[in-house]
Structure formats: C-alpha cells, structure tokens
Design a binder for this molecule. Sequence first.
Ligand code: ADP
Ligand code: ZN
Length: 743
Amino acid sequence: MQRENNTEEEPFDIESTKFNKGDGVSVLLPKTFDKSSLDYLIPISGLGIGDFVEIPLGSKKSVGVIWERRQSNLDYNKLKYISRAIDIQPMDYKFRRFLTEFARYNLIPLGKAFRLVTAGQDLLSLTSYRKTYQSGKTNVEDITARQREIVSFFKQNPEQKFSMKQLIRNLKTSSTTINALCRSGHITCTTEILEEPDKLCVGSYSHSLSDKQKVVSNKLKEAANSNLFKVTLLRGVTGSGKTEVYMDAISATLDKGKQALVLMPEIALTIDLVKRVGERFGMKPSEWHSGISLADRKRLFKAVSMGKVNLIVGARSALFLPFLNLGLIVVDEEHDSSFKQEEGVCYNARDMAVLRGSTGNFPVILSSATPSLESWVNAEKGKYDRVDLTHRYRNSSLPKISILNLREDELEVNNWISNGVKSMITSRLEAGEQSLLFLNRRGYAPITVCKSCANQLGCPVCDTRLVQHSYGVKLLCHLCGFTAMLPNECPKCMKIVEWKAVGPGVERLAEECLKLFPSAKVGILSSDNIQNNSILKEKIREFSSGKVDIIIGTQLISKGHNFPYITFVGVIDADLSLQGGDLRAAEKTFQLLRQVSGRAGRGKRPGEAIVQTYEPENLVLRSIVDYNDEKFWKLEASERKFNGAPPFGKLIAVIISCENKKELMGVGREMAKLWETMKSSKVTLFGPAPAPISRIRNRYRLRFLFKLNKSLKTQDRIQKWLDRLCLPRSVRLTVDVDPISFY
Ligand code: ADP
Ligand code: ZN
C-alpha cells in the first residue's frame, strides 16, 4: 500500500462543525448513483458534521451522514428536512477521511464506500431486542392435548425464560403454536433490550516468552504505545509464537483504553484465536463476520461506536466499523488472497487496514509466515518495520522437505501417488500417525471428455469447463454454480457415449488412497463438503483429533489450522499452480507450498514433506526445500522490478460485461476512444480485449488493463475517465485496483 504525502490543506473539520436550524447541508448516502450525497436542511440546531441521520428519499427513508456545509446556490424551498438524528456516535474526521481516501484509492464513488459501513445492519433501528417466553396461566381447559403438553413443560420450569428458538427445538413445536398460547395467556412473552457486550479486562496474564519472542514483543508494544502510524511486518515461521507476541501489543493497546481489531482472512480461523484470547484475557472477544446474527451486529455496531467494546476479531468488513478510538489493527495471515474482495466493491482489506492506520494515526501489524511480496518489498525499502521469529517455539524442528522427481519415480496411468509418497504414508500408518495429501483441485476430475468425438464438457453459460464431481454422476461449474447430471448423449456428436475423466481432483485421489490402503480412514477437506462454518469446525475438530489416517485437502488445508498428528505432507502436483501465466504464480506457489508443508510436525513428533514435480530444478521449489525464503523474495522482487510489475508498478483492471456481445464491443470501442482523448504518458492501456474468461453467467466480458506508475495523481486520471463514461443499463462495470486474479 502506497500513500503520498498529502500537502493539500486538511479538508476535514477536526472539531466537528455544529449547524443551526434551517442550514443547508449535504448528506452522504449509502447509494451508488452518480452523486453520493444530496442536500437537506437541518431540522434542529446542534446537529453537526459526521452525525448519522435519517432522511426522506423519494417515498422511502434512508440512513446518511452529514458530510459538509452547503451554502451557495441552494434552492431552499425545494429542500427537505433531515428526519431525525440516529443515536450513534458521530463519524469522526479520521473515519471520514478513511472513507474518502478509500473511495479515491479504489476508484469508486464515496457512497459505495459508505455502503460498506451500513450494509448488513439496519441502522434505522439500532436497538436490538430479544423476546423471552415464560410460564403464564396454568389452567388447561379449552386447549388441545398438544398445547397442554407445552403448558406442562412451562409448569415444570416456572421461573425459567426461553427463547423461541429453544422452544421450537426442545418442544418440537412451531412459533404459531407458541404465539397462540401467548395470546391465550398460557405463556407470557417479554421483550428485553439486549445488553451491550462487555469489555475485555486489561492487565492480562501472559505466557513467559523466550528471549527472541521478548525482543519482538517489546518492539510491537513500543509501536502500540507510540500512538503513531507505523506498519510492522511480523514474519515468523508457523508455530513460532506470532499470535503470542501480537497479543502483547493488543494488551498494551487495551491498557491505554483504546480499541484493537484483528482481521482474519477466514471465519474458520477465528475459532482458535477467540479461544486463545479468552484464555488470556479472561473473556472472549466480540466477533464480526457474516456468521453473526443481525441482532448481534446491531448491538456491536453501536457498542463499538461508543467505545464499549475494546477488541474485535473479524473478517474484512470489520474495517468499516465506526470505532470510537481505534488504536491498533493486526492483519493475521496478511498474504492471504481472501483479504481481497472481488465482488461488489473490489478492495484489499490488508492494504485498507494500512490506510485506516495512516488516516487514524495508529500502528498496524501485518503477520505472516510467508509475507506478500508487497509487504516484503515495503520492509526492504524501510517503509515498514520488520521483526522476525525464525524458530518454532521450544525449537520443535521445521519439517524436512524433499523434492520427488516424477520423471524418475513414474506414475502409472490414472494414478497420482508416487512410490516415494506411498512408502511414506505406509510408514505413518504403521506408526499410527497422520498423513496429509495436498491437491488444490475440487471434485473428481477437472475435465470430462467424450470418448467418441473428444468433446470436453463445458458450462453452457460460462467460458469454462465443467468439473466432474462424484465419479460418473455430477457436473459442476466452479464459476457460476451450474450443475447437471452427466448426460448419456454427447451434446456435440449426439451419440450415446462413454465419458472419460481426465486428471485428478481430491475425490479421485481419495479413491486412489482407498485402493492403495484399504484399511486406512481417509477424509477430504474441500469447500464442497463444507456447507457452513459449523461443519468446517466439526471437520477440523475431527481431523485434528487424529481420527482420520489420511487427510486429503485443497488450499483450505493450507490455512493456519492446527493438526498436531500430521507428521507427513505430500504435495501431489507442485507444478499445478506454477502454470497459468499469473504474474503472482511463483509467489502464490511459494506461499502455498510453504504453508502446506508447515502443517507437518506441529505436534511433538518431527514432520516430513515430499513435493511431487516434473520440474525438480524449479527455483521456487528449490527455495522451499532449502528454506531459503529471502533468496526467493529477492529473486522474485528483481524480476518484478525488471518488468515494472506490482509492487513496483501498478495495475488497474476495468471490466465491463453485457449479455449482448455486439453491444459490449461497441461500448468498449467508445470507451477506448474516450481514453485516447485523455490518456497520459504515465499510463499504458492493454486492451480492451476479451477477459481471460470471456463469458460468465451468460454475460460477455471485456477487459481494460491499465499499467501505471504508483501515484494517486495518475490514478485520478483514470477516475476522470470513469466519471465521463455514460454506460447503457445493460452494461455493468467493475473496477479492480491492484487486481490479484486475472480472470
Ligand atoms: P504462530 O502464530 O506463529 O503460528 P503461535 O503463537 O500459535 O504461533 O504459537 C504456537 C504454539 O506455541 C501455540 O500453541 C502457543 O500457545 C505456543 N507458544 C508460543 N510461544 C509460547 C510461549 N512463550 N509460552 C508458551 N507457549 C507458547
Ligand atoms: Zn458456469
């Protein structure tokens, strides 16, 4: 993340201006139409900039924030009054500045940025209530036998209050039945206002740190105590105690009465952290992500704005909470691409955490075993501080990694487990230890081919192949979710045919394992068998308890989950992620394989890993085996620098899509023509050209890829171009600044 020194005059009122009745103001709305703000009149004196308000909008109501004073050329007779103030702390100038710079950096209207604040909770009714049910009248005449059972349940629990959910579950009844009994007075229903969550205690207990951990912890605490913006890259091998030391910085922040936020790339990873924070601070932190109920979100939103919650563990969206006095953000697993939001508004939560730190003037910690090249380069340049933990806690050793050359240890047709890996698994099975096989491919086979005409089955609405799931049964498009049964007839040659499954997915690998090791228990961890978070929790618990002998996993397995019984990791196809022309292919492979092999030997016994490849001399693989991470980063950095690729240059993708291909091409040509008239020598445009995946969900896609220098001024030029576009409704436009996937 780059920021320029802003020498312009401070545009924000630090002491929020107060208005008088009848003053004209512009109110920022969470809308995406051209103008993000509309003008309104102040209904009572005392409202000020930053106040959350309710305003009339057409026949509807909307939430908004008073943004700035409006004086000139207002037609006061036409303006409506703000309806009322909403009882939340005003948005302070730091947060307003964050939203403004967020919008500028990501090339989106301010209203879209504001929508990230308001989405997912109903700000117009922030109080959250809970209804509870208790016993009422006990006479049982005039009611059915079934209702009598329910009344007698309440009689047995006279004082106790139940929620509707509990009643439905325990009594196998419905809300209609309960409500009827409320009306007849047999059950009393009470509405309570939900209380605010508690703050974590300060002055927490902590582990005694090793000498190396102490040095790192002191640096992080120093940053936390400085009250100044500074980014520290905390790089430490898996199991070295990164979480342990950043909890010290959190503790220091809370001690000062400030709030802290930990961002996690995936909800599932919060489980372990929430538990550890609970152990350390005597109470679990509040969580903020899509799995949190609306009632809890409303409660938290308000409590955070009043400073009544001091630690949040959350997903990217937690960045948009209106903290009263945020003093630290920790981004855990900062390299993880899940921090990049690619739908709706595209942004990278790791970079935006840095922006929030710089606009709010507080420190940010980026933690990872395998930092992103962006962060590594920023540390090299001295823009970020860097601290390292090079050894696992208690010196448990890192797994020994070796390369297996598939040119020598040849695979049989339709088999993917080499003899080398086979014998490792055998020895683990004999020792009662777990093995992990890593293959980043969901389903049974990535390609299904007609044996008669060689046609490959593709998605009817996307420009992509269908993946076979469950052998010979189902087809699934991983882009749009289209599913179909495997047809009897080939849609191309129209013959009744046999289908050939080409290549392996995790299901096929599991089949091979069962064939090779008939008595072993094999388990799969892939997003296909994880319908929701609680299933994932359950799976992880099952796997980490050692009940399964061989775990087969997609990249889900590479994340920070702790599986103490794994002592062997086999990487089935190391070449897979190196292919494909993505500018970050080497970096991603490096991170993925380092993380996956790091899953071995996290318990008491040492671990070992084998990487299967047809390219044993590949430099990425060599640096993984040699644990020579710095060498890899240096090499990768110099290559990117040579090519002017990120993080040395900047990329911005603009993708337009439309159901009508001809219309899309026409609009694309117009856009290109307009760019011609305003282009800059600092920007190179590639395209417009069909996007690498040229059709998704029946919409054709055209891509403009801009390569430019890293200056916000240059970027503003693209914003000017976007401002002047006037697209038909049938065409959708997405802007992706610093794209990380190129599809
Ligand atoms: P990382 O975040 O780098 O993967 P963790 O902080 O999770 O590392 O530490 C790995 C394991 O070692 C955890 O179970 C943690 O509780 C333990 N650990 C790390 N440092 C200490 C310490 N100083 N005292 C006791 N246990 C520690
Ligand atoms: Zn599709």
